[in-house]
Design a binder for this molecule. Structure first.
Ligand code: ASP
Length: 331
């Protein structure tokens, strides 16, 4: 794994107790962008994720990260990311400082992000940060001596979601190479698809993007992946590619990123997956969504065995357990 360029101010001791093994590619690193990872990193992470899954099934929780403290610092709403990191650190025997309503912290008094980061790293071993500004996690990392984990920086990236999405595909279909992945919805502002498309580019995949014109995948990202030789195609209608899709990744229109509510009204509700859509989809297709869903997938679809979004949430906890264990040096 490439160290992020902002890494380098680390003052974490690298002296290991006798017998302890650390994956030096993860240990002490900020996790800011999926661009940090190569396929070997992902294999390491997913193997540890599977071990975490087995351990949770066997014993529920265990003391791998006993004595470690994680801070969850969330400037934007979150259900899954925040609570799965909380569950992950607690199942590993560590503890959590949870700040998910910054209006009750000194942020409301005008405290800057660097000052908040420097404060919280005094108390904890890593900080999970969600913030509305693109690039905020990288800014935080410039000031931090402890690992910063990007849990969503505005419309930028959401690397840990992409890691769990990839783990989901691997668990559900047994492979990633050779698949056709169709991303549907708000590809412009949806940070999860920005991260996932980049991670998938490490594999032999075909990517379809289906969106209204106003919400197309950023041209810069499409060009970058084209430069890497990834076959990509853009469509307005799902019907054009549904039959060839192995993974259908549905996203919510990101209302909070629109300056003008009329622009949101014009595009929201553009696509809804219904039992009829599933009737026309391949038998082995996997249907994913990072959630929350608003109206993109009808609840009747939940009973379909191809609907993987609730399993996807559970996989997320195992992947985040694996990531914490590797970054904090205990896997
Ligand atoms: N929960 C995901 C995110 O934080 C997806 C979404 O909000 O639509 O990006």
């Amino acid at each position: 794994m490439q160290a992020h360029p902002n890494h380098g101010r680390r003052a974490v001791s690298r002296h290991l107790p006798f017998g302890e093994k650390r994956d030096t590619r993860f240990y002490g690193q900020h996790i800011l962008s999926v661009a940090q990872f190569d396929r070997m990193d992902l294999e390491t992470l997913f193997e540890v994720g599977e071990e975490m899954w087995a351990m949770v099934e066997r014993v529920g929780s265990f003391d791998l990260l006993r004595g470690k403290v994680l801070t969850n610092l969330f400037y934007e709403p979150s259900t899954r990311t925040s609570s799965s990191f909380a569950a992950a650190i607690e199942r590993l025997g560590g503890s959590l400082i949870q700040i998910n309503n910054v209006t009750f912290s000194s942020v409301a008094k005008g405290e800057s992000l660097p000052d908040t980061i420097r404060t919280l790293e005094s108390y904890s071993d890593a900080i999970v940060l969600r913030h509305p500004q693109k690039g905020s996690a990288a800014t935080a990392a410039r000031y931090a001596r402890k690992p910063i984990i990007n849990a969503g920086d505005g419309p930028g990236e959401h690397p840990t979601q992409a890691l769990l999405d990839l783990f989901t595909i691997r668990e559900e279909l047994g492979r990633i190479d050779g698949l056709t992945v169709t991303m549907l919805g708000d590809l412009r502002y949806g940070r999860t698809v920005h991260s996932l498309a980049q991670l998938l580019a490490l594999y032999d995949v075909r990517l379809n993007y289906v969106s209204p014109d106003a919400l197309r995948m950023p041209a810069e990202l499409v060009e970058r992946l084209a430069g890497l030789g990834v076959p990509q195609a853009e469509f307005r209608e799902l019907e054009a590619v549904l039959g060839e899709t192995d993974v259908l990744y549905v996203t919510r229109v990101q209302r909070e990123r629109f300056d003008d509510p009329a622009d949101y009204q014009a595009v929201h509700g553009s696509y809804t997956i219904t039992p009829e859509t599933m009737g026309a989809a391949p038998e082995r297709m996997v249907l994913m969504h990072p959630f929350p869903r608003v109206s993109e997938i009808a609840i009747e679809v939940d009973e379909d065995p191809r609907a993987a979004y609730f399993r996807q949430m559970e996989y997320g906890m195992y992947v985040r357990m694996a990531l914490l264990a590797l970054v904090l040096g205990k896997a």
